[in-house]
Ligand binder design. Structure first.
Ligand SMILES: [Zn+2]
Length: 361
């Protein structure tokens, strides 16, 4: 980590945004990044307003949102307290602005409509509040959504980088056919959220995989600072790939010795909103490829997903038939991910990859 210098108001807030499609491993990447000295992970920002403030779901530290001292302090620093926010207005803005169908407008140069400007200003105060409270050199946001990434390019006062994480489309599609519980809903009173994450026919995540990953390709072409990696490569060489994700950020050269081979030592809680159940885990985490989809996803459905996502599967060097990539075709990269397969397995149970195949759009 570079020497910590106390930021002033003029110093932009460094944000590393983990982008991609739901169930691509973003929660695991975030969890590991949060272990890095000087880095603070916040979870999925677009879910802060409803899942955090409104529904009081569990923070990654296991406490309800309104009882977590870190979140209380962030609310104070950013807005003079969460109760000072017009929450209905913020939730309205989030749904109006942070949507797939508004991405073309968000990417178009020139002045933006008032609702976009208003929401970006709220986000600007939020990120600054996070930095002021945590003292972090780098904030990691694992929102994943293409629309959120497009919005963050417009937020005043932040220095944005994107880590675009790609996972084999067939692994992603298979993951969305599974029943996954939301542990963060437990213990939160009056939540509107279902106890289980939604399940989808593989065609829907396949469609989103193609369009959303394609959208991140466009963001890169527009000059947004971005690194791209395959999740499968991350699992195979976690220390090296995490280092590459942090390169060119204030956390470049940070000590990553908590990752030793295929094992990451997770020390202490992460104060994050939303994400897959593995965000609650502490202790040693063994990182392994999970290629269950190759055996358990119906062959016809595998072919369907392959056909639907073919152009980008090939671009990312995933094999087009038969078996999951071995992860051997390493792709350190600054602009092109590479092949292999899967979900992280922990020493306890394999976590489903990631929360919310983005309910926006
Ligand atoms: Zn917390």
């Amino acid at each position: 980590m570079s020497a910590h210098v106390e930021p002033d108001d003029a110093t932009p807030v460094s944000v590393l945004f983990i982008g991609g499609v739901g169930r691509s491993g973003s929660t695991l990447v975030e969890r590991l990044a949060d272990q890095v000295p000087g880095v603070h992970a916040i979870g999925e920002t677009h879910h802060l307003w409803e899942r955090g403030i409104q529904d009081n779901q569990l923070c990654g530290c296991g406490q309800p949102f309104d009882a977590c001292p870190t979140w209380i302090a962030i609310g104070e620093a950013a807005f003079g307290g969460w109760d000072q926010l017009d929450l209905d207005r913020v939730i309205y803005l989030r749904h109006a602005v942070d949507r797939t169908r508004r991405v073309p407008e968000l990417l178009k140069p020139g002045s933006k409509r008032a609702d976009i400007v208003e929401y970006c200003d709220i986000l600007s105060r939020y990120y600054r509040g996070v930095r002021d409270v945590t003292g972090a050199d780098l904030i990691v946001d694992s929102a994943k959504n293409l629309s959120t990434a497009a919005l963050l390019r417009l937020v005043p006062g932040i220095d944005l980088r994107i880590a675009h994480v790609v996972r084999d489309s067939r692994g992603v599609a298979y993951s969305w056919t599974k029943k996954v519980k939301r542990p963060e809903v437990d213990g939160s009173a009056g939540t509107a959220e279902a106890e289980f994450m939604p399940e989808y026919h593989p065609a829907y995540p396949a469609f989103r995989w193609l369009t959303d990953n394609g959208g991140f390709e466009v963001l890169a072409r527009l000059g947004t600072p971005m690194v791209q990696h395959r999740y499968e490569d991350f699992l195979e060489r976690p220390r090296e790939i995490l280092g590459e994700m942090l390169a060119s950020t204030p956390a470049a050269d940070a000590d990553l010795s908590f990752i030793d081979g295929d094992t990451a030592s997770l020390d202490g809680p992460v104060h994050s909103v939303s994400g897959n159940p593995m965000r609650f885990q502490t202790g040693d985490l063994v990182l392994r490829l999970d290629d269950k989809w190759a055996r358990e996803l119906d062959t016809g459905l595998q072919r369907l997903v392959t056909a639907m996502t073919f152009p980008l599967l090939a671009r990312y060097n995933y094999p087009l038939r038969g078996h999951p990539a071995s992860g051997s075709s390493s792709a350190p990269s600054t602009s092109t991910p590479t092949p292999s397969t899967s979900t992280p397995s922990t020493s306890t149970a394999a976590p489903p990859a990631t929360n919310g195949a983005s309910t926006n759009g």
